[in-house]
Design a protein around this ligand. Structure first.
Ligand SMILES: *[C@@H]1O[C@H](CO)[C@@H](O)[C@H](O)[C@H]1NC(C)=O
Length: 283
């Protein structure tokens, strides 16, 4: 073996070694990112050390929610799913997963808690700010329609408030915005928006997304309607086609609520009825 050839072989060996350790670091990063994701979305309690079994149970619960093959492995499809655009809210309240996800017990999870609702039927809303590139007329129209989607199937009615005492306030924010580090917005993709359950009445949208009301960017109407669902007390749905399912869907104008969305809102506020509706304005 010539001297030069030996050096070449040693070099390629070193290259392979450094590639390998690089890949190991990548896998370790993936694991840390996956844990952070599972904590953020309510599948793990905190970023402490988990046994393989606990981690696998959390991954199975997530796979079940995301309609992936359920095997508890952090495989490519599962990691990829964690990077898809979605709502920044937990998939179910933490205690529900910890004490009862589908892979701990057979109980069907409750979609709402009775305490988390409004005790009036007419709610006002306000749009505090919005991206400069959206026309305020179009935006107000979209917000009105997004509320109407829920109003059409329940006893709730909505109107835009003039002053600053609205029940529900909508606003766009960049990055960290005083909701705690874990709820900081993360730039384009990932978490698109989040909201608070009643009766805090706030929904926040990530300013870093390119929002659109005419189909050329992130469909703001769909995300508005979803976050408004949270402000009314709805949690995430495990039905893939429900508006309240956690992952972002590109949908057309013809979008309607899924039966699961309708059942959930009617459980909290009852069905639409004309006397109720008149009463909310006149009584
Ligand atoms: C609500 O119902 C009315 C009357 O049926 C309908 O015209 C309207 O398109 C519905 N709005 C939404 C947002 O579904």
């Amino acid at each position: 073996m010539t001297h030069r050839r030996m050096i070449a072989e040693i070099c390629s060996l070193l290259l392979i070694i450094s590639l390998c350790s690089c890949m190991d670091l990548g896998a370790e990063d993936d694991l840390q990112n996956a844990k952070a994701f599972l904590v953020k979305y309510g599948y793990l309690e905190d970023e402490k050390d988990y046994s393989k079994t606990q981690l696998a149970a959390a991954v199975r619960n997530f796979q079940w929610t995301a309609h992936l093959p359920v095997n508890g492995d952090l495989n490519d499809a599962t990691v990829l799913q964690m990077h898809l655009p979605r709502c920044g809210m937990k998939d179910v309240s933490q205690t529900k997963w910890l004490h009862g996800g589908p892979f701990y017990t057979n109980h069907r999870r409750k979609r709402y808690t009775m305490k988390s609702k409004w005790y009036k039927r007419h709610l006002t809303y306000q749009i505090l700010n919005w991206p400069w590139y959206l026309s305020s007329r179009q935006l107000r129209h979209a917000v009105k329609a997004a509320f109407q989607l829920w109003g059409n199937v329940s006893s709730l009615t909505f109107s835009e408030a003039a002053g600053d005492s609205a029940d529900i306030r909508l606003a766009f924010f960049d990055g960290e915005h005083n909701d705690g580090a874990r709820h900081a917005f993360d730039g384009p993709g990932g978490a698109l928006a989040h909201a608070f359950f009643p009766r805090r009445g706030e929904a926040h949208f990530d300013n870093a997304e390119h929002w659109s009301l005419n189909g050329k960017g992130r469909n703001l109407f769909v995300v508005l309607a979803h976050e408004i669902g949270h402000t009314l007390g709805l949690q995430h749905s495990s039905f893939k086609n429900a508006l309240m399912s956690p992952y972002y869907k590109k949908l057309g104008k013809e979008y309607v609520l899924n039966f699961d969305d309708i059942l959930a809102i009617q459980m909290l506020y009852g069905k639409f009825s004309e006397p109720d509706r008149l009463c909310s304005y006149m009584c």
